[in-house]
Design a protein around this ligand. Sequence first.
Ligand code: CMP
Length: 138
Amino acid sequence: TTNRTFTMIKPDAVANGHIGNILAMITNAGFRIVSLKLTQLTVADAQAFYAVHAQRPFYGELVDFMSSGPIVAAILEKENAVADFRTLIGATNPAEAAEGTIRKLYATSMGENAVHGSDSDENAAIEGNFHFSGREQF
Ligand code: CMP
């Protein structure tokens, strides 16, 4: 069944000039763009978005990084979108990411790993609605 995922092109990949190449990989893989914008998270936004990680040792670093510069936020639609997008982006740690994945090509480290991908249909909806109003979801 067709469903949706949520992604962010993170501040490292935006700063390094990879927006166009990453969006091309996403659309070439068959994802339809439902919503898309260049934006920046405030510290409070990043704390809320990553609240599930609040007890992790890397939470402060993650919040600082994710609010450090502009990101691209997008909702994507495709058959099996959540799982297929996680395959396209590769492992969280770019050193472990498969050849040809977005993180293998564009991530710099475990923390600065170029892209986010939702881990479930439920979180995809929560994350998409965090960034986009109903009128911005096509
Ligand atoms: P993502 O899976 O998109 O969302 C959680 C993020 O936390 C993850 O990407 C990484 O960017 C970050 N993260 C996970 N593990 C670590 C770690 N050990 N050190 C720093 N950042 C991490």
